[in-house]
Design a protein around this ligand. Structure first.
Ligand SMILES: *Cc1c(COP(=O)(O)O)cnc(C)c1O
Length: 356
């Protein structure tokens, strides 16, 4: 071992995938497995596919290209509306893209024509969370624009909730989505194949008592990887919440006071920590910091309490003195996972542990 590492149990992730895919299938919903929190790791993509997802989704073209480069030719979806500067790459990747801007759609069509390809499009509609989305009254106009461009194919209509403002997917907004799909079909004379209701935050709604209407597609990342739904961060019944660990090495462990001495002002992050004097404790420092993860989104092991973090140090109260080279294992939340995956200082170990 060298340095902090993320260990990812692909069997547990595969298990989570299969359970979610099967539950969703009973409501006629297909699942796109979202790989962005793991930078499009090809072994993750293969695990998701082997466990029944209908496609793979990522927000970054680089990650989609990484999976394509690894020989993964399954259906893919770009989850962030394309940058105008990347339309050629988006078209060549063969991934469907989500879209909200007429100008970008025109650029995609031009790029597809030059490449001699047809590009699949899902239009995203704004239903209250105020991230990306076409205003509902503009949807038919944008759909007509897609239909007028020969190298584009209108595959679906979708929405995204709970990301910026935590707006909950509900009978109301999901009903509105179904109605918008039907009005677009009748005003534009098309049939919409995919109706994508949202992300992991849609699971309570999808498995709840209300009819799912036209929604037949969800895009799931966090629930598959961490076994939680993101609205309340509740564990989902039957899923593994311990598939991913962040392991860090002890570099110092000493008996120290809890109260700093000297006059305190702002720390290096502009914070002025409140300190309660609890006498002396075992203060243990781990070699992982804010540059490597979201230290506020880590759950420590029993008996270890995270006190503070700087760029490179995680300061933990432990029950006993530890030795340098011992390690502690933390459970990352979504934000911690995303950041550790992106840190070049954190090793990524994706394992498959056959269970029988
Ligand atoms: C990231 C993302 C998802 C997946 O969200 P989770 O909460 O991880 O399930 C779905 N759709 C879009 C558009 C995204 O950007």
């Amino acid at each position: 071992m060298s340095g902090p590492r993320l260990t990812v149990n692909l069997d547990k992730i595969g298990d989570n995938t299969r359970q979610l895919v099967e539950s969703a299938a009973s409501r006629n919903i297909s699942i796109v497995g979202v790989t962005k929190a793991m930078l499009g790791a090809p072994d993750l993509a293969r695990t998701l596919w082997a466990n029944g997802v209908g496609g793979l989704g990522d927000s970054r073209i680089e990650n989609i290209e990484r999976m394509r480069g690894a020989g993964i030719d399954h259906p893919m979806m770009l989850l962030r509306t394309p940058m105008p500067s990347q339309v050629e790459r988006v078209v060549r990747s063969g991934a469907m893209s989500v879209n909200t801007e007429v100008g970008v759609l025109t650029l995609l069509a031009d790029a597809a024509r030059s490449a001699g390809l047809t590009h699949d499009v899902m239009l995203m509609v704004e239903l209250g969370d105020l991230r990306e989305g076409i205003m509902p009254q503009e949807l038919a106009h944008t759909a007509r624009h897609v239909l007028s461009l020969p190298n584009l194919r209108l595959r679906g209509i979708g929405t995204n909730l709970a990301c910026r403002n935590g707006v909950e997917p509900s009978a109301k907004n999901m009903g509105d989505l179904s109605e918008l799909v039907e009005s677009t079909e009748s005003t534009c004379g098309v049939e919409i194949e995919l109706v994508s209701g949202g992300n992991s935050a849609n699971l309570d709604w999808a498995f709840g008592p209300t009819a799912t209407g036209r929604i037949n597609h969800l895009r799931l990342g966090e629930s598959i990887l961490l076994g939680r739904e993101p609205l309340h961060r509740r564990a989902i019944d039957g899923l593994h919440t311990d598939a991913i660990d962040l392991v860090a090495e002890v570099i110092e462990s000493k008996r120290k006071p809890t109260k700093p001495s000297g006059q305190s002002f702002q720390n290096s992050f502009g914070e002025t920590p409140e300190v309660v004097d609890r006498g002396e404790i075992w203060q243990t420092i781990l070699a992982v910091g804010r540059q490597d993860t979201d230290t506020a989104d880590l759950q420590g092991p029993a008996g270890a309490r995270i006190l503070a973090a700087s760029s490179d140090h995680l300061i933990v109260e432990t029950e006993n003195q530890m030795q340098p080279s011992q390690v502690l294992t933390f459970r990352p939340g979504y934000s911690a996972l995303l950041r550790s995956m992106t840190s070049p200082f954190v090793a990524k170990e994706l394992h498959s542990f056959p269970t029988n």
